[in-house]
Design a protein around this ligand. Structure first.
Ligand SMILES: Nc1ncnc2c1ncn2[C@@H]1O[C@H](COP(=O)(O)OP(=O)(O)OP(=O)(O)O)[C@@H](O)[C@H]1O
Length: 610
């Protein structure tokens, strides 16, 4: 073993690298210390959610975020204290500019894993040209927009619909309750009314929960659209998950739908697009038929996807460039709304496909949740402080410093879960129990320790047992009536996907089964032994809660400042709460999180440049 591999092994043991990163580095660069370091580094960055590693960041200071300065120093010296990474990497067999299938790609001063470089290129190519679609006559467009949205001087929902009706790709981003679903319902109604031929419209979301929510909220909106019976029949009834849509197969990376076997649809609506990672986005784009429209809905300020990339956030950052003068004029003529054009030099074409919704109709000035979400999103610690002091009844901040504080939080959790467990004890139907369960949820930032899902789930279980709400069998059997679980890996054969929530309950024959509610509202029962990997779900990470909302959300933050505690994490957790938010945290930790926006490094915007 050479000294670089020994040092990287040490970094791996200290959790600064994943075993996967080390293996990758050894595989492609066993004899070359600099290349070995670069490979491990870029792989670790991908694991942390970055699409690429800019060469400018390949400095001693940035190496493994200086978590162990001594080790970083030793690694840096073993690599010969590189002065120019460009010169070092450019002529390696395992590095190319993307023209050959090398494991690493060096492009525009950024180092990529090949598959992420490919994925980013596909997304950039899709978003680059101003992709128009079969145009509808302007007069018809004006009429149908006026019909659904009325005529106001400023209506971002109407502008968003106009954007989507005139482009192949549209991106509509807005915070909770800003009317994304309302807008898309009216937009689909408009498309149905404008199209002479029936359209195949498909709704999708990254998780089963989000798909179920989209199905339900669009179903509710349908009644108010004033469609004829024939038009209603063309309105999509049900959303599916992206995995189901693309035809994910058990034990295979290959998807049933791809460039050779495109999806059968004319219009695709993807909700919760902030959760779609770069590889998934690239797969989706590859599977789209040539002329299909696609509308992405989401909240650009939420946590980015777990896997690499922050595609929605990246794209929406172009909204700052404003609409091109020609586009502003077009949208003004269609909607009657006032729009200020901007003549930015080197602006990217995708700016004309974006619309940000800005007004929340769910949270008014009496809602602490709305005010707090806004303060956090703006990174405004002083404003957040003021919100706490205004005495809103829908939000509370409790300290989590002492054993007593922790105990109080557990008691609150018992109160929160009491309803579904009482319903279960009273013999309510699985559907009703699942619905009750979704009213309250504990969220946290970590996996391990007393503030992580594992510690919290165990302690909540103990507290529920003490309260007589569950009976855990002795002897370590993990299955008992009332145990909620979340699926951790897709199992398309069973029809269960990452993030699906189930509850263990007896079936008609008193056998313990795990019941799930599917996106179409039906209930499915599965034998516990047949389940794919899963975990108990009284507490779940904020990441896993994306795409779901709960009437009452409790957020537990750890007692120390950690890199995972970011502004986006807190904002995402707050916006999961529909009616009530209980935050358990030390004020200082919360402030530190609000001051720490996440950064996801990618080359997407640069690749969109004209
Ligand atoms: N222009 C409007 N005027 C008045 N009320 C509206 C308007 N647009 C939406 N609403 C109402 O605001 C609420 C939230 O709207 P909607 O569900 O469409 O927002 P959303 O952005 O999809 O929310 P979510 O955060 O659930 O994704 C709904 O009750 C809706 O009827």
């Amino acid at each position: 073993m050479n000294s670089m591999s020994v040092l990287l092994q040490r970094a791996c043991e200290q959790g600064m690298l994943r075993p996967l990163d080390l293996q990758f580095a050894l595989l492609i660069a066993n004899q070359h210390p600099q290349l070995m370091l670069a490979a491990a580094w870029v792989s670790a960055e991908a694991g942390a959610g970055h699409v690429c590693l800019p060469l400018a960041r390949m400095t001693r200071q940035h190496l493994f975020a200086a978590r162990d300065p001594q080790l970083s120093e030793a690694i840096w010296l073993a690599a010969g204290a590189p002065q120019s990474w460009l010169g070092l990497l450019k002529y390696q067999d395992t590095v190319s500019e993307g023209e050959s299938p090398t494991p690493l790609v060096l492009s525009q001063q950024r180092l990529y894993l090949n598959r992420l470089w490919q994925a980013e290129g596909r997304v950039a190519a899709f978003l680059s040209p101003a992709q128009s679609v079969a145009a509808f006559p302007a007069e018809q467009l004006r009429q149908v927009l006026d019909h659904h949205f009325g005529r106001q001087l400023q209506d971002w929902q109407k502008i968003a619909a106009a954007v989507a009706l005139t482009r192949r790709v549209a991106i509509i981003s807005g915070g909770p309750g800003t009317g994304k679903t309302t807008t898309v319902a009216k937009l689909l109604a408009a498309l149905i009314q404008l199209s002479p031929e029936p359209l195949r419209i498909q709704l999708a979301a990254p998780t089963g929960k989000a798909a179920a929510r989209l199905t339900q909220s669009l179903g509710n909106a349908l009644a108010g659209l004033g469609l004829s019976a024939a038009e209603k029949a063309r309105f999509p009834q049900e959303a599916t998950t992206l995995h189901r849509l693309l035809g994910a197969r058990p034990d295979s990376q290959r998807l049933r739908h791809n460039g050779d076997n495109p999806l059968h649809l004319d219009v695709l609506v993807v909700d919760e697009a902030s959760m779609v990672d770069l590889p998934m986005m690239a797969n989706l784009i590859a599977a789209l038929p040539e002329r299909a429209r696609v509308i992405f809905l989401g909240d650009r300020d939420q946590l980015a996807s777990v896997e690499a990339g922050a595609v929605l956030g990246d794209i929406c950052s172009c909204a700052g460039q404003g609409y091109s003068p020609q586009r502003a004029q077009e949208l003004h003529q269609l909607t009657g709304c006032e729009l200020i054009a901007s003549d930015v030099v080197d602006a990217v074409a995708v700016r004309d496909s974006i619309c940000l919704l800005r007004t929340s109709y769910r949270f008014d000035s009496h809602s602490g949740i709305g005010q707090l979400a806004q303060a956090v999103n703006n990174g405004d610690v002083a404003q957040a402080e003021k919100v706490w002091q205004r005495g809103f009844t829908d939000i509370s901040l409790q300290p989590l410093l002492s054993q007593q504080d922790y105990q109080q939080m557990l008691e609150d959790a018992v109160a929160g879960f009491r309803d579904y467990l009482s319903a279960l004890q009273a013999g309510a139907a699985p559907e009703a129990v699942l619905r009750q369960f979704s009213h309250y949820q504990v969220l946290c930032a970590l996996r391990e320790g007393p503030f992580g899902i594992q510690g919290l789930n165990e302690r909540i279980a103990q507290a529920l047992q003490r309260a007589g709400l569950i009976q855990r069998p002795p002897g370590g059997n993990r299955w008992f009536t009332g145990r909620p679980i979340m699926i951790a890996r897709n199992d398309s054969a069973l029809g269960l996907y990452n993030g699906d929530i189930g509850i263990a309950m007896p079936d008609d024959q008193q056998r313990l089964k795990v019941f799930f509610m599917l996106p179409d509202g039906s209930v499915k029962a599965v034998q516990p032994s047949r389940l794919p990997p899963h975990e108990t779900a009284w507490a779940m990470t904020v990441h896993k809660s994306q795409g779901s909302e709960f009437e009452h959300t409790a957020l537990v933050l750890p007692g120390q400042v950690l890199p995972v505690l970011t502004r986006e994490l807190v904002y995402t957790a707050i916006t999961r709460a529909r009616e009530r938010l209980s935050l358990y945290a030390d004020g200082k930790i919360l402030q530190a999180a609000i001051r720490s926006p996440t950064e996801r490094r990618s080359g997407l915007i640069a690749r969109l440049a004209p």
